[in-house]
Design a protein. Structure first.
Length: 291
């Protein structure tokens, strides 16, 4: 009887899911949708004849067989990358200064950087996590090489995808029923703040700003404390907060246009920067399915 072959794509998906902690987190790293990731895992489990992961709505754990396979999978993928590096010439080296807001970092950029670092160990990535309103001026001043941002105009950078904006609240607080509506907001220049305020104005809903912070952590803290609701990117919503909508009497919010921007002085003759730019575009310039 012929033994099954373990395809590298299946192993790549398996390792990405383990490292990311969920199908949706692994999807950008392997350039697939969450549903395609699930299908690849099923094929791998069929090939080995054993269940590799225990999955629930919000958690993932390795089975004993999955734990055993993980070590072999990492070694096989590392050998694969070493082979390509040996055939493709000298490894890249240098430094890339990359900017990204906190809410995009974990969901979208972390899997890209993990894969990039594994392939290009000689490249140092200096990561600057701030709001887009702070990163865009840094790009213009030449303090960053690349940035993944919520763009403020259509001509800025390369559009990768649109990230939904949602209202969030602490389920037990029911603060969204108060009049006027208490809201937590980002700094005055923030597009999230402007979009939230404009949506409430169109609805004719009275509101008051009870908390102001430029950080995602601050927004989440205000919401969890029950003093306000906030408008956040859907990818950044913690599992213990409730996504609010029309059934709660709240208006729809416009999505964020997420773009990859290269600093004006950065040319395509800088291999490390260009390689990271190309990998981000290849990974994220696609429809990313919601959880």
């Amino acid at each position: 009887m012929q033994r099954p072959h373990l395809q590298l794509d299946w192993l790549h998906v398996f390792v990405a899911v383990v490292d990311g902690g969920s199908l949706s987190a692994a999807a950008p790293a392997v350039h697939r949708s969450p549903s395609a990731v699930s299908m690849q895992l099923q094929k791998l489990e069929q090939a080995v004849g054993q269940q590799l992961l225990h999955r629930s709505a919000r958690s993932l754990a390795l089975t004993p067989a999955g734990t055993e396979l993980l070590g072999y999978a990492r070694r096989m993928l590392a050998l694969h990358d070493e082979t390509l590096d040996a055939l493709n010439g000298p490894a890249l080296s240098g430094e890339v200064r990359m900017g990204v807001p906190d809410d995009y970092a974990t969901r979208y950029l972390t899997p890209v950087l993990r894969d990039f670092a594994a392939r290009h160990a000689g490249v140092d990535i200096l990561l600057d996590c701030e709001q887009s309103t702070a990163l865009i001026p840094k790009l213009r001043r030449g303090e960053l090489d690349l940035a993944l941002v919520s763009r403020d105009r259509p001509s800025l950078g390369r559009l990768l995808f649109k990230e939904p904006m949602v209202w969030v609240g602490a389920p037990e607080s029911r603060v969204w029923q108060r009049q006027p509506l208490p809201i937590a907001v980002y700094e005055a220049a923030s597009m999230a703040r402007r979009g939230a305020v404009a949506a409430l104005a169109r609805q004719g809903r009275d509101y008051r700003m009870v908390y102001n912070s430029s950080s995602l952590v601050g927004q989440v803290a205000a919401v969890k404390s029950g003093i306000a609701i906030a408008a956040l990117t859907r990818c950044s919503v913690p599992p213990d907060l409730e996504i609010l909508g029309e059934r709660h009497g709240l208006p729809a919010l416009p999505p964020m246009e997420v773009a990859l921007v290269r600093a004006r002085g950065v040319s395509r003759r800088e291999p490390a920067i260009d390689a990271l730019y190309r990998q981000i575009v290849h990974t994220l310039a696609a429809v990313i399915e919601p959880d």
